[in-house]
Ligand binder design. Structure first.
Ligand SMILES: Nc1ccn([C@@H]2O[C@H](COP(=O)(O)OP(=O)(O)OP(=O)(O)O)[C@@H](O)[C@H]2O)c(=O)n1
Ligand SMILES: C[C@](O)(CO)[C@H](O)COP(=O)(O)O
Length: 235
């Protein structure tokens, strides 16, 4: 059962290599405003009112380093080869009494705590699965392997999906128990959809964008520099 009093945890996949970003450092540890991206992400989660546990999946060789960086209140374990493996492992480290689980990319360091609380509140309010989305700004084409356009889906029904994505714990665990079946999916809600469980959307936040390519880091630095000192973590 979920209800307003249920405990909420966030699983943070942070074990990616960041190949598209480059730079020779695992992406979660790449500095942003002088501190690792992961630290920004975890601070935003810790600032959310509804979050009571945070579990981080770190690059396997850096578990101790990340653990020292994040302090004793955050559980850190080794991530896996793919994002799904990192999330699956972290789910096993949740406290027994956690009823709602959010999954949040370390690569979205400027996500506002208000978005974290909005996702958690929607699940606590009774939705089994909730994802933040934004309208798609560009026209999207489906193309073949040669780059020839196959079709142009109407944009009205398309949304770009962010994290945190929130779930009732039993729903996410069932989805991950099934995660080897069927084609690969790129987000957690994709696994839940396979179960036939309804997934609800709520408005996302522009600042919750994912740092994927070098230009995203330029945007993130610029946005961070505009934040008031108290919010930015700089002192
Ligand atoms: N084996 C993996 C791969 C990804 N992630 C995490 O999943 C999130 C979203 O992934 P993405 O932005 O694709 O990160 P990378 O996999 O690091 O990027 P790339 O594909 O460019 O290597 C990131 O916080 C990343 O650290 C993870 O925990 N374990
Ligand atoms: C989960 C995600 O951030 C939702 O947009 C995204 O799908 C992660 O994708 P990636 O392939 O790991 O970049």
């Amino acid at each position: 059962m979920t209800g307003p009093e249920a405990r909420v945890a966030v699983v943070v996949p942070a074990a990616g290599r960041g190949e598209r970003l480059g730079g020779g450092v695992p992406k979660a540890l790449r500095p942003l405003g002088g501190r690792p991206m992961l630290v920004h992400a975890v601070q935003a989660l810790a600032a959310a009112d509804l979050v009571s546990q945070i579990v981080v999946a770190a690059p396997p060789t850096l578990v101790e380093v990340v653990s020292r960086l994040l302090g004793p209140d955050v559980r850190v374990l080794a991530g896996g080869a793919e994002r799904v493996d990192s999330v699956r492992g972290a789910l096993r480290a949740l406290d027994d009494d956690i009823r709602v689980v959010l999954v949040h990319d370390a690569a979205r360091p400027l996500t506002p705590p208000s978005l974290v609380d909005a996702v958690a509140a929607a699940v606590l309010g009774g939705q089994p699965a909730v994802i933040p989305v934004l309208p798609v700004a560009d026209t999207v084409k489906e193309v073949d392997a040669q780059g020839r356009v196959l079709r142009t889906p109407t944009r009205d029904g398309l949304r770009a999906v962010q994290t945190p994505q929130g779930f009732r714990r039993e729903v996410l665990e069932a989805a991950y128990a099934n995660s080897d079946d069927g084609p690969a999916v790129t987000d957690d809600a994709g696994l839940v959809e396979r179960l036939g469980v309804p997934v609800t959307t709520i408005p996302g936040a522009e600042e919750a964008f994912k740092v994927t390519r070098p230009i995203d880091l330029v945007f993130a630095e610029a946005l961070l520099a505009r934040r008031p000192l108290a919010e930015s973590g700089r002192s």
